[in-house]
Design a protein around this ligand. Structure first.
Ligand code: HEC
Ligand code: HEC
Ligand code: HEC
Ligand code: HEC
Length: 216
């Protein structure tokens, strides 16, 4: 239990209430509250999008690289959602009268971005950075699953603190070679632990386990 991290506001609440008799029951309520909030129970969450954009089609069948669209994923905290002009590189010609792409053409004409619905959404007090992971041997698939088989993106992992820390404690169970980060089909040759340890040692990978790393 000592590794279970609560949202920062609970610290204030604890102070306000004092650490007396109330402490126990409040703790239990908070565990339930935090644990049952949609943010941590969102595995399988898969909202409908304004355009039926399919990763199975584009990343799977057409074999497009994730970074063609998510251009900032190696450089920044956030993996950018592509601008409409990227879609139009192809859809100016392909399916250029198809109804399903009408919102894309509208967006290009008006200059207003398509209103994609967020799938993954950590609470604001959690600090997450894509570049810190994808340049350090953690593949997209490890956290997002087989996106190349999804017609509509679904959340695969809890994204809860326990999930973050399970990997930070034993990264060798997940690490892969740096040139396989976006691969959806890579499997370790031999034992994952051996492969993971090799990557870890070659790049001196030491994820932190302290809460200040992950909380602001
Ligand atoms: C042709 C452009 C394109 C390519 C290639 C592409 N994506 Fe996407 N991706 C999008 C768009 C557009 C969205 C927003 C709509 C949606 O969620 O489907 C998105 C959404 C996502 C999301 C969900 C974002 C959220 O809201 O939480 C993930 C995760 C994701 N992509 C991962 C990947 C991975 C992994 C690959 C490579 C295997 C990839 N994408 C390839 C365009 C692309
Ligand atoms: C590299 C070229 C390319 C890019 C870039 C691209 N698409 Fe496509 N898209 C295709 C092709 C090819 C098809 C399949 C056409 C067919 O069915 O004949 C397709 C099909 C589609 C369809 C029809 C449904 C389906 O899955 O067949 C939608 C909707 C779509 N794309 C949306 C988008 C959006 C939104 C973006 C930008 C985020 C985008 N595409 C970027 C090539 C592209
Ligand atoms: C260590 C786990 C992890 C890895 C590796 C990872 N992601 Fe993510 N991804 C997340 C989390 C967590 C979020 C939600 C971030 C938030 O809400 O602030 C997210 C969100 C996203 C989003 C939505 C936009 C954003 O940045 O919030 C896209 C798109 C995305 N990821 C694509 C990718 C692609 C493409 C790769 C591989 C190149 C990748 N991710 C690798 C965990 C990961
Ligand atoms: C599958 C493994 C994995 C998962 C899941 C994961 N991380 Fe990491 N994380 C790493 C690795 C590996 C590093 C790189 C450590 C290094 O550079 O030595 C890292 C680095 C970081 C860093 C940069 C500081 C540091 O420790 O080096 C932060 C902050 C971070 N992770 C937060 C998170 C958060 C928050 C989550 C959950 C939402 C998460 N991570 C999930 C493996 C993971």
């Amino acid at each position: 239990m000592e590794q279970f991290h609560f949202p920062r506001w609970t610290n204030k609440l604890k102070q306000a209430l004092g650490a007396g008799l109330l402490f126990g029951p409040v703790y239990i309520v908070l565990i339930f509250w935090f644990g049952a909030s949609p943010k941590t129970l969102a595995v399988g969450y898969s909202p409908e999008q304004p355009v039926p954009f399919s990763h199975a089609r584009h990343a799977g069948e057409l074999g497009m690289d994730c970074r063609y669209c998510h251009t900032t994923v190696e450089k920044a905290a956030r993996a950018a959602i592509p601008h409409t002009s990227i879609c139009m590189n192809c859809h100016k010609q392909i399916l250029n009268e198809d109804q399903r792409l009408q919102p894309v053409r509208d967006s290009l004409a008006s200059g207003k971005p398509i209103r994609w619905v967020r799938v993954h959404d950590l609470p604001d007090y959690v600090f997450f950075d894509h570049s810190a992971h994808v340049n350090r041997g953690v593949g997209c698939k490890t956290c997002h699953g087989r996106v190349d088989q999804m017609d509509q993106v679904a959340q695969k992992e809890t994204l809860a603190m326990g999930w973050c820390l399970a990997c930070h404690r034993n990264p060798e169970l997940f690490l892969r070679p740096m040139d396989k980060i976006v691969s959806m089909t890579w499997e370790p040759e031999g034992d994952q632990v051996d492969v993971g340890r090799e990557v870890q040692q070659a790049h001196n990978i030491q994820p932190s386990e302290s809460r200040s790393t992950c909380h602001r």
